[in-house]
Design a protein. Structure first.
Length: 269
């Protein structure tokens, strides 16, 4: 009986992969190995999304060098910010400043033409500053749109996102703003279900730091020389992923719009 259920699961996984692309990896400074991006591309990876900033206003030490290496290998590039409960406008400005500077300082041949921007919206248990609230996430994504013309993606665990989106504190206007962002969900046991205001997820992180309860035969946990990878399935074909990246990514050559004057608050001190 167990073998029958396993067969049915693998058939279901095959149907997912027929329409989806297992071709995105996300990385951060916690990944200590020097990733072989050329090998990643040869194994079917199309894009990399890397942590750029995290609390309190720190810069990921691996971001710049990996941006250049991944771009030289011909991979698409994206950047994410890990949010906390401090001033969301300042967080967004800091994030854009870091990714803009990294783009400007890069060798012209290793500058990504476009990059996806993402807010990592999850329970913060290991960085200072507490957990970002929904209203702060709304302010963050609106600031990104205001300065780049693009809404970022929002990454979160499926359960945590469901919990927050169904909160009585979430208003219609806030839900509408977040609904403009593309959705990236993590679930290491099952294919996630999108929650309102989204009709479907755009990207699914099925494996984090090698943690995954799904069959390795259908859901590999490593890629190239990264044995404990964070791997992601895009909800569409490889061609659709490239179109999606082009449509949702920001062109860094379009400099962020000027930061307006703002007063120093207690959260800045």
């Amino acid at each position: 009986m167990r073998s029958i259920w396993r067969l049915l699961f693998l058939l279901h996984a095959s149907s997912i992969f027929a329409l989806a692309s297992n071709s995105v990896v996300n990385l951060s400074h916690y990944d200590l190995v020097q990733p072989d991006f050329v090998a990643m591309k040869s194994e079917g990876i199309l894009g990399v999304i890397h942590e750029a900033t995290y609390p309190r206003f720190d810069i990921d030490s691996k971001y710049f060098e990996r941006q250049q290496a991944a771009t030289r290998a011909g991979l698409l590039w994206g950047a994410y910010h890990y949010g906390n409960a401090s001033d969301p406008i300042r967080q967004a400005d800091h994030f854009l400043s870091v990714v803009s500077n990294a783009w400007t300082q890069a060798d012209p041949l290793s500058r990504p033409s476009r990059m996806l921007l993402v807010l990592d919206f999850e329970k913060n248990g290991h960085y200072p500053g507490g957990t970002m609230r929904v209203d702060q996430a709304v302010a963050f994504v609106e600031r990104i749109r205001e300065r780049t013309g693009k809404y970022p993606g929002i990454y979160s665990g499926e359960y945590y996102m469901h919990q927050n989106m169904n909160s009585l504190r979430l208003g219609t206007a806030q839900a509408s703003v977040l609904g403009n962002c593309w959705l990236w969900l993590a679930n290491y046991s099952n294919q996630p279900r999108a929650t309102s205001p989204w009709n479907a997820w755009h990207m699914w992180q099925y494996c984090g730091d090698g943690r995954c309860k799904l069959p390795t035969s259908a859901y590999p946990k490593s890629i190239a020389n990264v044995t404990k990878a964070e791997r992601n399935i895009f909800n569409g074909t490889s061609t659709a992923l490239q179109i999606f990246w082009r449509e949702h990514a920001w062109q860094p050559s379009e400099k962020p719009r000027r930061e307006p004057e703002r007063m120093v608050t207690a959260s800045d001190l």
